[in-house]
Design a protein around this ligand. Structure first.
Ligand SMILES: *Cc1c(COP(=O)(O)O)cnc(C)c1O
Length: 364
């Protein structure tokens, strides 16, 4: 059986360090905020070259709190790619705003920057580029459009931790960068966890307040906030894992390149633009016979998965905006033809060869 991702393999590769981090947190008696959380926030800020990081309960909360900190709310619109995980759109709706979708580049699956300008209206407040699958969005044109129109940029970097755009880390390029440490992400916790990063001290302070009920001073709420702090236990685990992130991402890149060379013309394999460094959170391929191929792989004990079978504009919560099938053809076609093959740093070459052989056998 070859799984899509093997979290146990990663745990066992650094078990001593993880166990020590967990035990020392249990001994410390600090479970909510405290020194472990501060240390991990400083480590991530420094990794990304940012001034401030605020640890939160999840990547979803990171998006919500970023939107709140930028005063995005009722009657506002937020531009985002038409192909992404639902949370990007769901969080915008949860603060009362409307997602304005823009179709994606069919080769990289990132927001098509040539279509952003025509989507902007007087109600547009922000753009959320998503570094989907670990490939960076094309940030310079996005930054230029945002400057021209006075829009804020929230990077959804949940899948792109360690990725680069023109040599700069994704998540460090907009007003606020959002991270997720969901267990399967490139840096994964043993539960839910997330973070926001920024260089703006006022935004950092507001996001710190929002994660604890809008408190400036304990028990004195300045506004309605949340209970959304990263667990000290997760912060300690992530601190132990962070030094491995670059080598794990490198391993993902090597395996991805090997897949692409060997799968050759049998499948449409992912590309990396010359301005980007892809960290392959997911290795996404494309086939018009997706369902048959996935069934064939399953029979051989090889996992695969569709990310995502439904573009957010066609989801039930988006119906009220009047979006319909045909609005974003590249996103819709991707939802019918793309899927992920097993890829994680601990995948062995012989396991990968099994996947490759199965694909070749299917194609014949
Ligand atoms: C995982 C993910 C999120 C949400 O992160 P959680 O930690 O699961 O809440 C948001 N956006 C994208 C693109 C994601 O992949």
């Amino acid at each position: 059986m070859i799984p899509l991702v093997d979290l146990t393999a990663q745990y066992h590769s650094i078990k001593k360090e993880i166990d020590a981090a967990v035990l020392s947190t249990l001994e410390s008696g600090h479970f909510i905020l405290g020194p472990q959380v501060t240390k991990f926030e400083e480590s991530v800020a420094s990794y990304l070259g940012m001034d401030f990081a605020v640890g939160l309960a999840s990547g979803t909360d990171a998006l919500v709190i970023a939107l709140r900190a930028l005063n995005v709310g009722a009657d506002d619109e937020v531009i985002m790619p038409a192909y992404t995980f639902f949370a990007t759109a769901g969080t915008v709706m949860s603060v009362g705003a409307k997602p304005l979708f823009v179709d994606v580049d069919p080769q990289t699956y990132q927001i098509d920057v040539s279509k952003i300008r025509s989507a902007i209206t007087p109600k547009t407040k922000a753009i959320i580029p998503v570094h989907l699958y670990g490939h960076p969005a094309e940030m310079n044109p996005i930054l230029e459009i945002a400057r021209e129109h006075g829009l804020k940029i929230i990077e959804d970097n949940a899948q792109g931790f360690g990725a680069e755009y023109l040599g700069r880390k994704t998540g460090s390029l907009g007003d606020i960068g959002c991270l997720s440490f969901f267990p399967t992400k490139n840096l994964g916790a043993f539960g839910d966890a997330g973070m926001v990063v920024t260089n703006d001290p006022a935004l950092a302070e507001r996001m710190r307040m929002l994660r604890t009920h809008g408190w400036k001073k304990k028990y004195y709420s300045e506004e309605v906030g949340y209970n959304s702090r990263i667990d000290a236990l997760q912060a300690a685990i992530l601190q132990a894992k962070l030094p491995y992130l670059d080598s794990w991402n490198e391993k993902r890149r090597e395996l991805a390149q090997r897949y692409s060379e060997k799968l050759g013309p049998n499948l449409v394999t992912p590309i990396e633009r010359e301005w980007g460094r892809h960290v392959y959170h997911l290795y996404i391929v494309r086939s018009a016979k997706r369902e048959e191929l996935q069934a064939f792989l399953k029979q051989k004990g090889i996992a695969s998965e569709v990310y995502y079978p439904m573009p957010p504009h066609l989801s039930v919560p988006c119906r009220k905006f009047g979006y319909k099938e045909g609005d974003f053809p590249h996103a819709e076609l991707a939802s019918h033809e793309t899927f992920a093959l097993p890829l994680y740093p601990e995948l062995t070459l012989s396991q990968q060869d099994e996947v490759i052989a199965a694909v070749h056998e299917f194609v014949g």
